[in-house]
Design a protein around this ligand. Structure first.
Ligand code: PLP
Length: 427
C-alpha cells in the first residue's frame, strides 16, 4: 500500500464483510480504492491522507444539513448527558412523532423504528394484515431496504445488476411480488386484472433515487392513487430518501398525492438511526399493541437518535413555515437548479450526451442523450464513461456517489461557490 487509505483498505478486505458505507463495498461499481474518512464537517470530508472533498453523498442522504451540524451535535450531546438508554417513555420520541405528523400531509399516526428497511418491512406487513391479501406490486429500480427479502431484492439494483447480494432470495418471492417497470400504467392495470382481490399494496419511491433518479411522469402518481383506491389495495410511498428532502412534507407534498402509508428514514435521524412508518389512523392502529400486526425494536425511538432527528427537523424549519414558503427548501432548490444548469452547459460545451434528472436537491446523472424514466432507460447510459467521470471528479476534489445508479444530494452546507467549483471540475 502507498497511501493510508490503501493500508486501511487492505486490512478491511481481510476482516470486514461490509455494507453499503463500508470500504469493501464503497467503490465496487466504479473501481479503485475507496478513501477512508478521518473527519467531516459541513459538506466537506477529509480523508486519512489529508485530501479534502466536496461531498455529494452525505452518507447516502441523511446529512441534509451537512456533516456535524452544530445544532445536531449540541442537542445529541445534551441528550447523552441526560442518559441514553433508560428504555422507558421519554418526551423526545413523542415530539419527533408529532413533528412528523404535522409535516407530512398523509400521516396521522406514526411508529418509530431504527431504519428505512424496518419501516418498509413493517409497511408491507401492515398492508398484508390490513387487507388480508398477500401480493405486493413494486417497481424495478426502486429499493426498499435489505430485510424483507420477499420483496426488496426483486428488481432492485442488487438483483438487476447481478450483484452477489441477490443470491439467497427465497424461491417464493415471485409468488408474492410483482415487479413492474417504473412510470408505466398498462403493466399496473394488467397486474390488477390478473390478480383480482389479491393485491395488498403498491409500494414505490415517489421519486426513485436508487437507480440514479427517476421522477414520476405527469399523472402517474395520480393513476396509482386512483387504481389502488378502486381496487382496495394500499398505496405505500417509500419516502426514506425523499422525505423532508424534496419538500418539508416529502414527495407527496410536492406532487399533491396522499398515499395510505409512508415510510421515512435518512433525514429524520439527522445521521443517527431513525426510521418511521406512518399513515391513516385506522391502518396504523392495526399495529400492535392496538392491533394484531407485530412490530417492535429494542432501540426504537431512543433518546439519542430522536434528539438528532428533532434537531435536524427543527433546523430545517419543517413545521414553522408554510411548505412553499420555507427558505431552506427554496435555497436547496436554487442550488439544485444552478448545479443542473452548470452541468448541462459543461456537457453541451464538451459535446457529451448527458441526461440530468433532478428533484429539488436530489439529482442523478446519466451519460445518454435519451430521457431516463425507468431502469431500462438507465441501463442505456454509458457506465464506463461515468466511471471515468467519477474518478476525474474525485481527483478534482468532488465526491459523487460511487455508482452510476445512485442519486447525489445537496446539503444546506453547500455554497454557490462550491457548486461553481463542481461545475468547473466537471467541465
Ligand atoms: N427505502 C429507500 C428509498 C432507500 O433509499 C433506502 C436506503 O437507501 C431504504 C429504503 C433502506 O433504508 P436503510 O438503509 O435505512 O435501512
Amino acid at each position: 500500500p502507498r497511501t493510508k487509505s490503501e493500508e486501511w483498505f487492505a486490512t478491511a478486505q481481510r476482516y470486514l464483510v461490509g455494507g453499503v458505507n463500508s470500504p469493501v463495498r464503497a467503490f465496487r461499481a466504479v473501481g479503485g480504492t475507496p478513501f477512508f474518512v478521518e473527519r467531516a464537517g459541513g459538506c466537506r470530508v477529509w480523508d486519512v491522507d489529508g485530501n479534502e472533498y466536496i461531498d455529494y453523498v452525505l452518507t447516502w442522504g441523511p446529512a441534509i444539513l451537512g456533516h456535524a451540524h452544530p445544532r445536531v451535535v449540541r442537542e445529541v450531546r445534551e441528550a447523552a448527558d441526560r442518559g441514553t438508554s433508560f428504555g422507558i417513555p421519554h418526551p423526545g420520541e413523542v415530539r419527533l412523532a408529532e413533528l412528523i405528523c404535522r409535516s407530512v400531509p398523509s400521516i396521522e399516526k406514526v411508529r418509530l423504528c431504527n431504519s428505512g428497511t424496518e419501516a418498509c418491512m413493517t409497511a408491507v406487513r401492515l398492508a398484508r394484515g390490513f387487507t388480508g391479501r398477500d401480493k405486493i406490486i413494486k417497481f424495478a429500480g426502486c429499493y426498499h431496504g435489505h430485510v424483507d427479502s420477499l420483496l426488496v431484492k426483486a428488481g432492485s439494483g442488487a438483483l438487476t445488476f447481478g450483484h452477489p447480494d441477490s443470491a439467497g432470495i427465497p424461491q417464493d418471492f415471485a409468488r408474492h411480488t410483482i415487479v413492474l417497470p417504473y412510470n408505466e400504467t398498462e403493466p399496473v392495470r394488467a397486474a390488477f386484472a390478473g390478480h383480482p382481490g389479491g393485491i395488498a399494496a403498491v409500494i414505490l419511491e415517489p421519486v426513485a433515487g436508487n437507480a440514479g433518479l427517476f421522477v414520476p411522469r405527469p399523472g402517474w402518481l395520480e393513476f396509482l392513487r386512483e387504481i389502488t383506491a378502486r381496487e382496495g389495495a394500499l398505496l405505500i410511498f417509500d419516502e426514506v430518501m425523499t422525505g423532508f428532502r424534496v419538500a418539508p412534507g416529502g414527495a407527496q407534498q410536492r406532487y399533491g398525492i396522499r398515499p395510505d402509508l409512508t415510510t421515512l428514514g435518512k433525514v429524520i435521524g439527522g445521521g443517527l438511526p431513525v426510521g418511521a412508518i406512518g399513515g391513516r389512523r385506522e391502518i396504523m392502529d392495526c399495529l400492535a399493541p392496538v392491533g394484531p400486526v407485530y412490530q417492535a425494536g429494542t432501540l426504537s425511538g431512543n433518546p439519542l437518535a430522536t434528539a438528532a432527528g428533532l434537531a435536524t427537523l427543527k433546523e430545517l424549519g419543517v413545521a414553522t413555515h408554510p411548505p412553499d414558503g420555507n427558505p431552506v427548501y427554496r435555497r436547496l432548490e436554487e442550488l439544485g437548479q444552478r448545479l443542473e444548469e452548470g452541468l448541462r452547459e459543461a456537457a453541451r460545451a464538451a459535446g457529451v450526451p448527458l441526461t440530468i434528472n433532478r428533484c429539488g436537491s436530489m439529482f442523478g446523472l446519466y451519460f445518454t442523450d435519451r430521457p431516463v424514466w425507468n431502469l431500462d432507460d438507465a441501463l442505456q447510459s454509458d457506465r464506463e464513461r461515468f466511471r471515468r467521470f467519477f474518478h476525474g471528479m474525485l481527483e478534482a476534489g468532488v465526491y459523487l456517489a460511487p455508482s452510476p445508479f445512485e442519486a447525489g444530494f445537496l446539503s444546506t452546507a453547500h455554497t454557490e461557490a462550491e457548486v461553481e467549483a463542481t461545475v468547473r471540475a466537471a467541465a
